[in-house]
Design a protein around this ligand. Structure first.
Ligand code: UD1
Ligand code: CA
Length: 464
């Protein structure tokens, strides 16, 4: 056996078990695709695999195999091994064995244990590279359902017994198997070939390799995690909800430590990456998705949803805004009740008020659309005032067209700008106008019927 005697140079392969159905989730979605903080459970595990710089990563799929594979098709280095039927965790690892380079070590992770940190896994890898079988264990107040770690009087690990196979005395043990282990590939190949399924569940248990290692005289090392949340598995919705809170509390904690003021750390959801400058304030109930950047002194009011947004220094997002794929300049004021849609770019000092929607539009410095407007596919210059109720009619029923509004133009309340048109610099459009051709610069353009007053008209009166 050459593997066990080539410490630290042995290559690392990771096998992620993800074939189980997740019956208790009561979902059509394979369990490992259920989102945690906006990312599939398996995505969290694969992020960790990435941090470990593994030479090879094999995901064992079964239930919903195609969907799982499609969800990670953008990671071309990943390999997938199909386990069909699913005969247990030992059988699952066996399906990945043909993909593992000889002479290396293999770390087994679980697709439904999303938070195991690389820092807890690296010591296991080092132990395996030194020839041992290394386990990650956890002390649980309620170990029901978990495999129990069996130790001899001198504390040496002797084996693992599954809850369903355990005697009452064994069930009293609180040290549990997290499922995560690491061993030289050559040993694993031999041990997995020796597994039997004569147990309570009729499965090939990966956990049985521990007793086989002991019988072989291979050292077994167990490391115990200090934070049980790191190794909790997701078997049902309440465990998923629990881990969601764990992730969110950790995100809030990181923000607080970085100097962000959170009105309530328990009422914030980060489903992606939130980058904050100094003295940022975030009120309650906000959701951040994708990549969000809040520059120095930015303030986000309550119940705002921001996805892939950049907010400039000192800008204020008032309550109840939905901002998606937009960039917002320094000192801008947004909302309340504003909607910004993808590719919107607002320069410094822009004001977007209540019930204003901007789509694929740019507004230059100091421009304002304060009330009840739709600004779609528009290029708006500097210091433009878009009057209340202005609609940029960008869609002719078949195609979308662009509108240009040059610097210092004012559009009157309730005006409709039928694209494609250009409103010249400094032009004013009278309230209630519908304009469908270019508006000359510097002049007042009005396109509405004149008011008429009828003499001698009387109001109808109700018939008796
Ligand atoms: C397993 C461990 C148990 C440990 C617990 C920790 C075994 C025999 N038991 O039990 O000691 O305390 O995890 O959470 O290993 N899977 C497959 N193919 C299969 C069976 C399972 O890929 O044929 C996958 C599942 O999708 C899941 C993982 O392996 O990601 C664990 O399977 P599960 O059935 O949840 O094992 P437990 O009974 O929880
Ligand atoms: Ca489980």
């Amino acid at each position: 056996m050459t593997t066990a005697t080539t410490p630290s140079s042995a290559t690392l392969s990771v096998v992620v078990l993800a074939a189980g159905k997740g019956t208790r989730m009561r979902s059509d979605l394979p369990k490992v695709l259920q989102p945690l903080a906006g990312k599939p459970l398996l995505g969290h595990v694969l992020d960790t695999v990435h941090q470990l710089a593994a030479e090879r990563a094999v995901v064992v799929t079964g239930f919903g195999a195609q969907r799982v594979q499609e969800a990670f098709a953008h990671q071309p280095h990943l390999r997938f091994a199909l386990q069909e039927p699913q005969l247990g965790t030992g059988h699952a690892v066996q399906q990945a064995l043909p993909d593992l380079p000889d002479g290396g070590v293999c770390l087994v992770l679980y697709g439904d244990v999303p938070l195991a940190p690389a820092a807890s896994l690296l010591p296991l890898v080092a132990e395996a590279q030194a020839g041992a079988l290394a386990l990650l264990t956890v002390e649980l107040d309620d170990p029901t359902g978990y495999g129990r770690i069996l130790r001899s009087a001198d504390g040496a690990v002797q084996g693992i017994v599954e809850h369903k196979d355990a005697t009452p005395a064994q069930r009293a043990v609180r040290e549990c198997n997290t499922g995560i282990l690491c061993a030289p590939v050559a040993h694993l190949r031999r041990w997995l070939g020796q597994l039997r399924n004569d147990n309570a569940q009729g499965e090939y248990y990966l956990t049985d390799v521990v007793a086989l290692a002991v019988a072989d005289g291979v050292p077994v090392r167990a490391a115990t995690v200090t934070d049980a949340d790191d190794v909790l598995g997701v078997n049902d919705r309440s465990q998923l909800a629990h881990l969601e809170r764990v992730v969110q509390q950790r995100a809030a904690r990181r923000l607080l430590d970085a100097g962000v003021t959170l009105a309530d750390p328990a009422r914030l959801d980060v489903r992606g990456a939130l980058h904050c400058g100094r003295d940022v304030f975030i009120d309650v109930g906000c959701v951040f998705e994708g990549e969000v950047h809040l520059a120095d002194g930015a303030r986000v009011g309550p119940y705002a949803v921001l996805r892939d947004v950049r907010v400039g220094a000192g800008a204020v997002v008032h309550p109840f805004c939905h901002l998606d794929g937009a960039s917002i300049g320094a000192g801008a004021l947004i909302g309340p009740f504003a909607r910004l849609r993808p590719t919107t770019a607002l320069a410094d000092g822009v004001h977007i008020g209540n019930f204003v929607e901007v789509k694929n539009g740019t507004l230059g410095p100091g421009s304002k659309a304060n009330h009840l407007s739709y600004v779609g596919d528009a290029t708006v210059g500097a210091r433009v005032n878009i009057g209340a109720g202005t609609i940029v009619a960008n869609y002719d029923g078949a195609n979308k067209h662009r509108t240009v509004i040059e610097d210092d133009a004012h559009t009157g309340s309730n005006s409709v700008l039928v694209a494609p048109i250009t409103v010249g610099a400094g032009a004013t459009i009278g309230a209630g106008s519908t304009v469908s051709k270019d508006v000359p610069p510097g002049k007042l353009t009005v396109a509405r019927a004149r008011a008429v007053t009828l003499d001698g008209w009387t109001r109808p009166v109700k018939k008796k």
